[in-house]
Design a protein around this ligand. Structure first.
Ligand code: AMP
Ligand code: ZN
Length: 163
């Protein structure tokens, strides 16, 4: 209901109706927080990160505050706040990007399993309002490397050293 009200307000401001109004709302919603978005800065390489995978549409890098060894994120390069506003570009499948990173992790880190998690809204634990997917590897035994030794974790995920 709230969203409908805000759609009406934006449409009225722009003098739009129908599909044009809906698209205008989507654009306003998508780009509202881009200016100071941390992940947009990571994507533009204004903030350094430990990059696992990158293509035209997606980037994957290590989470700076890992919940587990090898915890990383897959992030669409285009800014969308959350799952509600997210739109996939033709030929840019987010599940393919996630699977690519999951396979790298499974093969090179030899994890027993992994979680893919995506949070929406503060109450659900979303801190960064740029849609992202957590990949959290799970191991049966302790890895003898600190999960915050990002260079070592990156080498392992890329298959440059063994777990
Ligand atoms: P969420 O709580 O789902 O919004 O997840 C945001 C995640 O982004 C958290 O796990 C943070 O540790 C992580 N994070 C925040 N800033 C950075 C950064 N500059 N580089 C890598 N990970 C980050
Ligand atoms: Zn962003």
């Amino acid at each position: 209901m709230e969203r409908l009200k805000s759609q009406d307000a934006i449409s009225a401001r722009k003098g739009l109706s129908g599909t044009n109004a809906a698209n205008a709302v989507l654009l306003d919603h998508n780009h509202a927080n881009m200016g100071d978005c941390i992940f947009c800065k990571v994507i533009k390489k204004e903030i350094p990160s430990y990059i696992i995978y990158e293509d035209e549409n997606f980037i994957s890098f290590l989470d700076i505050n890992p919940k587990a060894f090898g915890h990383c994120l897959v992030v669409p390069k285009e800014h969308y706040d959350d799952i509600y506003s997210y739109r996939e570009k033709a030929g840019a499948s987010v599940i393919d990007a996630i699977r690519t990173v999951c396979l790298m992790i499974k093969e090179n880190m030899n994890c027993a399993g992994l979680n893919v998690v995506q949070n929406n809204g503060r109450i659900a634990g979303q801190l960064i309002e740029h849609i992202h997917f957590h990949i959290i590897p799970r191991f049966e035994k302790e890895i003898g490397v600190n999960k915050r030794d990002f260079k070592a974790v990156l080498r392992m995920i890329k298959g440059e050293s063994k777990a």
